[in-house]
Design a protein around this ligand. Structure first.
Ligand SMILES: CC(C)(COP(=O)(O)OP(=O)(O)OC[C@H]1O[C@@H](n2cnc3c(N)ncnc32)[C@H](O)[C@@H]1OP(=O)(O)O)[C@@H](O)C(=O)NCCC(=O)NCCS
Length: 174
């Protein structure tokens, strides 16, 4: 089993390479990147899997977000990436499970993501547009998902996903 640890500043260069490898260099054109621009990832929810020589095999990060006018602390999951040579060995699922547990313990109430429904559904993610949640740009509605980290957290919550209070979101289709 591959141990999960916190991301370190010295992972930065390897992380860029890993994300280029798994998502392609034009990944920043995606709608979710509009929510990340100018906002730092949540350090306490940035995890890595490395081999014994510190090669980065997998990574997961989360960003703080706002939802409509709700005060419930919410997070955007992703990107999650596993090096192509190590995919299919459980690293992705382990990173997601570990980080969702940490997010819950840290008091976050809701988690949203844009990703493949069949991969995320088993963790408890459900269709986000069905709850009136919106993104500042086009995404396939099937891929936009949300999960309650606290029971009932979705109650009364709807509207546009944005950057956390104090920052601004630019509208752009992607
Ligand atoms: C998606 C990703 C993070 C999964 O990590 P991983 O370590 O390979 O996945 P795991 O080993 O934990 O899980 C493998 C299982 O998930 C399934 N799976 C992997 N990617 C999937 C996807 N995009 N959609 C549906 N199922 C997927 C595999 O078929 C496998 O199923 P099985 O256990 O029934 O055989 C990894 O493949 C990756 O980095 N992909 C490229 C980047 C990416 O697309 N990231 C975001 C996903 S929306």
């Amino acid at each position: 089993m591959f141990p999960i640890s916190s991301e370190r500043p010295q992972d930065a260069a390897q992380l860029e390479t890993l994300l280029d490898l798994t998502f392609g260099p034009d990944r920043s054109a995606k709608t979710v990147y509009r929510l990340r621009e100018g906002v730092a990832p949540i350090k306490a929810l940035s995890f890595a899997v490395r081999d014994s020589e510190a090669k980065l095999l997998g990574s997961i990060r989360y960003w703080p977000i706002s939802i409509g006018s709700a005060a419930a602390p919410a997070v955007l999951l992703g990107p999650v990436a596993v090096h192509p040579d190590y995919q299919g060995q459980g690293i992705g699922r382990a990173l997601i499970r570990h980080s969702l547990y940490a997010a819950t313990r840290q008091g976050h109430k809701l988690c949203v993501l844009v990703g493949d429904k069949p991969y995320y559904e088993p963790f408890g993610f459900v269709n986000a547009p069905a709850y009136g949640l919106e993104l500042p740009g086009w995404v396939d509605p099937e891929r936009f998902q949300v999960m309650e980290l606290a029971p009932g957290a979705l109650q009364g919550v709807s509207g546009m996903i944005g950057k956390p209070p104090g920052s601004r979101t630019r509208r752009k289709a992607a």
